[in-house]
Design a protein around this ligand. Structure first.
Ligand code: ADP
Length: 482
């Protein structure tokens, strides 16, 4: 018995059309290797060859038993070779006769006296392939027919008789029974395979559909993201250019106001002094806003330059208080300064640290009502970071993350309006203001704290706030001492 394993691969299933709408093929339905195994066992048991083709003539199984040498001998001669080719083509392609519209098996006699039975393979009324059983020698044929030697007189009778002995002799009623069995086996295989194929294909189809949907959404998201990034870049460039261009004339406005106030262009009466003072103050607050926007655009474009040096933190803190003393006096706010004499020299960007403290103090003055109190504290402090505590997702990780570090710790505490607990983290976002109504009481851009946070993070530090509405807020900056 020989099984032909050199068959071309069956056509790949078409995933474009739904399995429910697609016409199933035999290759779809029968799991190739196990079907071949069943057919091989069957051919082995009955010692008769089996071939299976799908509806488009694609060969799925080819098991030859016993007839190879006899058929090979006939193949050596021109006339028998031709007759053999004709017969095999007919076996593969000739249409079946039908009974009540359903294809039925047919028997095909070979010119050599051998016999084949061709069985239609049906699924739900559709012809999906054919099974060719044979060749076998019908029991009723005692010897090779004379017509064989008429077709090819060169055939040697003795040799042909010896070779035909290797071919199975079988009575037709036994063959009919065998084929009923085969038919049942194939039906069961097709039925169970179709069910599992349907399940797996439906699964693949639904996964593929979700994948395509996801892919399309992803593409849109990516495009939108690219567009947003482009716009963001444009906005940053625009802000950088505009604010830079605005600063120059504004510095002149402030400079000339100062000169007027100092009487460099002659004396001013009280009313004139008040007007020029207002011009100067408004100019300064405009300049600080523009500087904030410029800082932000530098941060966003990744162009934040750090000017590092070793400096005395105590001096920076003291200097920062001078910028708010006049406003504190105006509002009757008490400013306490508690700076630890043991603060070490710190390596960082001195101007940015100064800007951080001025900003926090400025906010405290802004959000603290008349007669309040502000305290600025500076000290060396050893402890854990807040941020790591917050992000740790389990107790063990938290313990690992809680390693103590030494920081320069700056606290700015006020007795001001406070911040509601649900908004306390948001105040560090760009443009976020607790009161964002058009009638809001306090001026500002909502950029200060986001810039402060970037500056703190540029020093690998962290900033956080604690607050109680109506009682006041404390902003804490931790700058690690490396
Ligand atoms: P701006 O002060 O220009 O509005 P910030 O980024 O500095 O912007 O602050 C954002 C918001 O955080 C403020 O608008 C205010 O609502 C709140 N905030 C900041 N500091 C304080 C403070 N010391 N007390 C109460 N609220 C504050």
């Amino acid at each position: 018995m020989t099984a032909d394993t050199r068959q071309p691969a069956p056509p790949a299933p078409d995933l474009g059309t739904s399995v429910l709408a697609r016409r199933v093929t035999l290759a779809d339905l029968l799991e190739g290797d196990s079907f071949k195994e069943v057919m091989t066992a069957f051919a082995d048991l009955y010692r008769v060859g089996v071939k299976v083709f799908d509806a488009s003539g694609h060969k799925l199984v080819d098991i030859r038993v016993g007839n190879s040498q006899f058929c090979g001998y006939l193949w050596e001669f021109g006339a028998t070779r031709q007759a053999c080719t004709r017969l095999v083509t007919g076996l593969k392609n000739d249409p079946f006769a039908t009974r009540d519209g359903v294809e039925v098996a047919r028997t095909v006699d070979c010119f050599s006296g051998l016999r084949y039975v061709v069985l239609p393979l049906l699924y739900e009324g559709d012809l999906i392939g054919r099974l060719i059983f044979g060749p076998y020698m019908p029991q009723s044929t005692p010897r090779l027919p004379d017509q064989l030697y008429q077709i090819e007189p060169k055939l040697d009778r003795q040799r042909a008789d010896a070779l035909i002995e290797q071919v199975r002799r079988a009575p037709d009623d036994l063959v009919a029974k065998l084929l009923t069995n085969v038919q049942k086996i194939v039906d069961v295989l097709v039925f169970t395979s179709y069910r599992s194929m349907l399940t797996s294909q439906m699964h693949i189809e639904s996964v593929t559909a979700s994948y395509h949907e996801l892919e399309a959404k992803n593409r849109t998201l990516k495009e939108n993201n690219e567009r947003l990034q482009e716009l963001d870049k444009l906005k940053s460039n625009f802000l950088a250019t505009v604010s830079h261009e605005l600063r120059t004339p504004l510095t002149s406005v402030i400079g000339y106001s100062e000169m007027l106030l100092e009487g460099m262009a002659g004396g001013l009466n009280d009313e004139q002094r008040d007007y020029v003072k207002t011009i100067m103050e408004k100019g300064e607050s405009l300049l600080s806003m523009i500087s904030q926007i410029l800082d932000l655009s530098r941060i966003e474009s990744g162009n934040l330059r750090m000017d590092l040096s070793d400096f005395n933190v105590k001096d920076v803190l003291r200097h920062a208080t001078t910028s708010v003393i006049p406003q504190c006096q105006k509002k009757g706010i008490t400013l306490d300064v508690d700076i630890d004499g043991g603060l070490p020299f710190f390596r960082g960007d001195k101007d940015k640290i100064g800007q951080i403290v001025v900003n926090l103090l400025g906010n405290s003055v802004k959000f603290t009502p008349q007669g309040g109190r502000i305290t600025l504290r500076g000290k060396l402090w050893t402890g854990p970071r807040r941020h790591k505590k917050r992000v740790a997702d389990d107790g063990a990780a938290m313990l690992f993350d809680l390693a103590d570090e030494t920081f320069v710790r700056i606290d700015v505490q006020d007795s001001g309006v406070g911040i509601p607990p649900e908004k306390i983290e948001r105040v560090f976002e760009r443009f976020y203001q607790v009161d964002n109504t058009s009638t809001r009481e306090y001026g500002g851009t909502g950029l200060g704290l986001s810039i402060v946070r970037s500056f703190v993070e540029a020093h690998k530090g962290e900033i956080f706030a604690a607050s109680e509405v109506g009682k006041g807020s404390t902003f804490t900056v931790l700058l690690p001492v490396s």
